[in-house]
Design a protein around this ligand. Structure first.
Ligand code: NAD
Length: 318
């Protein structure tokens, strides 16, 4: 990535966004974080607050005037803000429409009006739905998401590619596996640690525990994003980002029990082949496209989960 860009990071105070901000600042860019702090935390970015090349705007993407002002003089936008809670869609059908689709539309309009020409978007494996090809490549279709979250992110992708064509923008779309690491505030690793803190002799696992998914450490995720932006020059560049293997829900349970140095924990299963309505039981992404340009992950899913458990236990629970 060329340095000294003026970069806007929506959702830059969140889990993945704040790690991205750490890397982008380290490379000497001028960073503006636009975040409503709904799940993001000042603590995740506080080491940058004194940096003259860093600005925090506490703003909401649903406030189109605020995002329009934030896009002034920006070279590149990392659009990371979203409501990433897949489960929510079953009880609230509007949240992903507003926080993901409408928010992305507002951002793209703000970019268009300010002639901002580059956008990188954090999408997700859930846009593939229950894919029949595993590992699933970027050109897999038809794309039939089974969660409202996945549907909303697919709609965002479509908005981005159409804006890119219509208004001569350049876009990078990154479809993530499950991302884990320090500062993560949601997901199975965090859930299991919380549950085991509350009850160290029993762990409730949603579904039958056989769900098999790919997990990637956030440090590798951010590295892959920046590498791909540097190396790919199409108008629209789509990349899966994930590890090359999977781990089951029960496997994660076992790893966390070991990392917490617990013994004789009884696993209780809620039953069924998925954790909740909208949960995709098997997910592994084909990352050949990323490997072709020269990037590959160093960690397995299990190592990423174990490292995450260790840091979360150090960060929050000791
Ligand atoms: P997160 O909740 O930690 O980060 C989202 C950030 O966006 C937060 O800081 C939040 O305050 C901010 N935000 C939310 N709505 C906003 C709004 N209307 N206006 C301004 N700011 C707003 O989540 P995360 O796990 O870091 O996810 C980051 C991105 O990566 C999301 O787009 C998510 O869909 C995507 N993603 C995450 C994973 C994962 O495993 N964590 C997997 C696939 C895709």
């Amino acid at each position: 990535m060329p340095t000294k860009n003026k970069i806007l990071v929506t959702g830059g105070a969140g889990f993945i966004g704040s790690h991205l901000v750490d890397c982008l600042t380290e490379k000497g860019n001028r960073i503006t974080v636009f975040d409503n702090l709904s799940s993001g935390k000042i603590g995740f970015i506080e080491n940058h607050l004194e940096n003259p090349d860093f600005t925090l705007i506490k703003g909401d993407l649903l406030d189109h005037k605020a995002i329009e002002r934030a896009c002034k003089d920006i070279d590149l936008v990392f659009h990371v803000a979203a409501n990433p809670d897949v489960r929510l869609g079953a009880s609230d059908t509007k949240i992903h429409f507003d926080q993901n689709i409408l928010a992305t539309y507002n951002l793209l309009e703000a970019m268009r009006k300010n002639s901002v020409k580059k956008v990188a978007f954090t999408s997700t494996s859930t846009i593939y739905g229950e894919a029949h090809i595993m590992p699933t490549p970027e050109n897999y279709g038809p794309l039939l998401p089974i969660s409202l979250y996945g549907a909303s992110k697919l709609a965002c992708e479509a908005l981005i590619t159409s804006y890119s064509h219509t208004f001569d923008m350049q876009a990078w779309i990154f479809r993530f596996a499950n991302i884990v690491g320090p500062r993560s505030t949601h997901g199975i690793t965090v859930d299991f640690i919380r549950k085991l803190q509350e009850n160290p002799i029993q762990l409730e696992i949603l579904g039958d525990g056989k769900q098999e998914k790919s997990y990637l450490h956030v440090s590798e995720c951010v590295d892959a994003i920046l590498f791909a932006i540097e190396k790919s020059k199409e108008d629209v560049n789509i990349f899966n980002i994930g590890s090359e293997d999977t781990i089951s829900a029960t496997g994660i349970g076992r790893a966390i029990v070991e990392e917490m140095k617990l013994s004789e924990v009884k696993f209780i299963y809620t039953g069924g082949n998925r954790g909740w309505k909208g949960d995709v039981p098997r997910m592994r992404l084909d990352i050949e496209k990323l490997k072709d340009i020269g990037w590959k992950p160093a960690y397995t899913s299990e190592r990423s989960v174990r490292e995450t458990a260790r840091t979360l236990l150090d960060e929050y629970y000791n």
